[in-house]
Design a protein around this ligand. Structure first.
Ligand code: NAD
Length: 496
C-alpha cells in the first residue's frame, strides 16, 4: 500500500509544491505505506489566507447552524470506524481495540462540541446601576492552528478543532508527520460534510510548518500536544507573537499502591496502564510505587503474573495486547533507557529486549525493573515504551514527596481502600489529573484535560468547557436606556 497525501484548504485537496517528503512507516512491518509532503511557508500562507477569509462570515453564523456539520461528521466517523481504526493500527502500531478507543474518544469530542449553543452562553444582569444593564458574550477570535503528536492520531486533533469551529473560529490542523493517514482519511469525511470553504483546513509537514504557523501574524492562537522540549518552543514562539497558546507536553506518571488495596484488580489496571498502547500514552503508568514491604511483595508478585498474559504482535491480530513502538529510533532509545537504569543500580526482573519473536517491526517485549530509586535517570525521564519500574517507599508521605519532586506533573494514580489516604493524596499531590483505583484517569470530553508543571504550558486546559474560554474572548456590553430612569450613584452616602 502506497499513498500520496494532500493538503486541504478552501474545501479542496491540494498537492504540495514541495518535492520533499517523509516516509510513513508501518511500525509492525517496517513497510513504507505513504509519503507525507513537507509543506512550505507559502503553502501555510495560502491556508491561513483561506481560513481568515472564511472567518469573516463564519463568526456571524448562528451557533446552532455551526454545529450542524459536526452532526454529519459524527455519523460518518461512526460509519467508517472500522476503516479508520485499521489505518491507525497500520501507521501507529496500536492494537485494533486501542485504535477503536482512540477514535471513540475523538468522536466523543465531536459530540460534546455540538453542545456549543449551551457551552458558549454568556451572562447578564439588569440594573447594574439605575437604568443600566450589563451582559457579556463569548466572541470568536479568528484562525487557530493545531499541532498534534503521533500517539493518538484520531483523538488528539479532535481535542481542539471541533470546539474551535463550533465557537465560530476557523482552523488549520498540522497532524503528526509520522501518522498523517488517519487525518487524511478523516478530512475526506470532513470534505463530505457541510463545513463552509476554509473553516477547517489541514497542512501536512514538520518543524517548518510548525514554525510558520506559530509565527504567522494572522493566527490568533495555537494548540500543541507533544514532547516537552517542543511544547516549550511552541509556547515561546506563539507567545512572542502575542497569540493564545496551550502546549501540552510529556509526562512521567507514578502509580502508588497501599497494603489495603484490592491487589487483584488494582495491579491489572496498573499493568494495563503501563503496557497499553505500548506505553506510548501521556497517561501511561511508568513507576509503580508500593507503600511498605507487604505491599511491595504483593505488587511484584502480581505484576509478574500479569506480564504472563501479555501477547506481543502486530495490532491487526485480534490476540495481540502489545503492539510495536513507533519507530526504530524509539525502540533504540527505550533499549538504552533500560540499560541506563541497570547501570545505575536497578535490577532487571524481565528483560523485554530479549526473545522478540518478530524479525521485522519495532517490537519490544514487556520489561520490568525493580529497585528504582529517585537518584536514577529512570525515575525522572519519560520512557514512552513498555517498561515498568518498581519502587518501594516507607510511607505515603515519601511517595507524595517523590512524585512532587518530578519535573512532569501530568497524572498520577493511587490504589487504596482507605478514604482518608485518598483525601491526603489528592490534597497534596502536584499532577492535575488524578486516578483513584484507576489506571488511565483521562477526563472525558465534557470535562477539561491537561497536566501541570512541565506537562502543560498555558493557562486554560484543553477540551470541554475550558475550550470556550480558550477559543473566545469575553465581550462585555453595558447598555443604558434613558427611558428606564436616571442613573444614580451606586453608594448614595458618597454623594452626600
Ligand atoms: P513531538 O514533540 O516529537 O511532536 C509533536 C508535534 O511537534 C508534531 O506535529 C511534530 O511535527 C512537531 N515537532 C516535532 N519537533 C519539532 C520541532 N523541533 N519544532 C517544531 N515542531 C516540532 O511529540 P511526539 O513524539 O509526536 O509525541 C509524543 C509526546 O507527546 C510524548 O512526550 C507525550 O507525552 C506527549 N503527549 C502529551 C499529551 C498530553 O496530553 N500532555 C498527549 C499526547 C502526547
Amino acid at each position: 500500500m502506497e499513498n500520496s497525501l494532500k493538503n486541504y484548504w478552501g474545501k479542496q485537496f491540494i498537492e504540495t509544491k514541495n518535492l520533499a517528503t517523509q516516509e510513513v512507516i508501518n511500525p509492525a512491518t517496517e513497510e513504507v505505506i505513504a509519503h507525507v509532503p513537507l509543506s512550505t511557508n507559502d503553502e501555510v500562507n495560502l491556508a491561513v489566507k483561506t481560513a481568515k477569509e472564511a472567518f469573516t462570515s463564519w463568526k456571524n453564523t448562528p451557533t446552532i447552524d455551526r454545529i450542524q456539520p459536526l452532526f454529519e461528521l459524527k455519523a460518518k466517523l461512526e460509519q467508517n470506524a472500522h476503516e479508520i481504526s485499521k489505518i491507525i493500527v497500520a501507521e501507529n502500531g496500536k492494537t485494533m481495540k486501542e485504535a477503536q478507543g482512540d477514535l471513540l474518544r475523538g468522536i466523543q469530542m465531536v459530540e460534546v462540541a455540538t453542545s456549543m449553543p449551551t457551552l458558549i452562553m454568556g451572562d447578564c444582569q439588569n440594573q447594574i446601576a439605575k437604568g443600566i444593564d450589563s451582559n457579556f458574550y463569548h466572541r470568536s477570535l479568528g484562525v487557530f492552528a493545531g499541532i498534534t503528536p503521533f500517539n493518538f492520531p484520531a483523538m488528539v486533533p479532535f481535542w481542539f478543532w471541533p470546539f474551535a469551529v463550533a465557537s465560530g473560529n476557523s482552523y488549520i490542523l498540522k497532524p503528526s508527520e509520522r501518522v498523517p493517514l488517519t487525518s487524511q482519511y478523516i478530512f475526506e469525511l470532513i470534505d463530505q460534510c457541510d463545513f463552509p470553504k476554509g473553516v477547517i483546513n489541514m497542512v501536512h509537514g514538520g518543524k517548518d510548518v510548525v514554525e510558520s504557523l506559530c509565527q504567522h501574524p494572522d493566527i490568533a492562537g495555537v494548540n500543541f500536544v507533544g514532547s516537552t522540549p517542543v511544547a516549550k518552543l511552541v509556547y515561546d514562539m506563539a507567545h512572542k507573537g502575542y497569540k493564545r497558546v496551550q502546549a501540552l507536553g510529556g509526562a512521567k506518571n507514578y502509580m502508588v499502591i497501599t497494603a489495603d488495596a484490592d491487589f487483584n484488580q488494582s495491579v491489572k489496571a496498573m499493568v494495563d496502564s503501563c503496557y497499553g498502547c505500548a506505553g506510548e500514552r501521556c497517561l501511561a503508568g511508568s513507576v509503580l510505587v508500593a507503600v511498605g514491604d507487604q505491599a511491595y511483595t504483593k505488587l511484584k508478585e502480581r505484576v509478574l503474573e500479569e506480564i504472563g498474559k501479555v501477547k506481543v504482535g502486530n495490532g491487526i491480530d485480534p490476540n495481540t495486547t502489545l503492539g510495536p513502538v513507533i519507530s526504530s529510533q524509539a525502540k533504540e532509545r527505550i533499549i538504552q533507557d533500560i540499560q541506563k537504569a541497570v547501570d545505575e543500580g536497578a535490577t532487571l526482573l524481565i528483560d523485554g529486549r530479549k526473545n522478540i519473536q518478530q524479525d521485522k517491526g519495532y517490537f519490544l517485549n514487556p520489561t520490568v525493573i525493580e529497585n528504582v530509586t529517585m537518584g536514577m535517570e529512570f525515575a525522572h525521564k519519560e520512557i514512552f515504551g513498555p517498561v515498568i519500574g518498581l519502587m518501594k517507599v516507607d510511607s505515603l508521605d515519601e511517595a507524595i514527596k517523590n512524585i512532587n519532586s518530578l519535573e512532569y506533573a501530568n497524572t498520577t494514580s493511587l490504589f487504596t481502600n482507605n478514604g482518608s489516604t485518598m483525601q491526603k493524596f489528592v490534597n497534596e499531590i502536584d499532577p492535575s489529573m488524578v486516578g483513584i483505583n484507576l489506571g488511565v484517569p483521562a477526563p472525558m470530553a465534557f470535562f477539561s484535560f491537561g497536566g501541570s508543571k512541565a506537562s502543560f504550558f498555558g493557562d486554560i486546559k484543553a477540551h470541554g468547557p475550558s475550550s470556550v474560554e480558550f477559543f473566545t474572548q469575553r465581550q462585555s456590553i453595558m447598555t443604558r436606556w434613558y427611558s428606564a430612569g436616571k442613573e444614580e450613584i451606586i453608594n448614595p452616602q458618597w454623594g452626600k
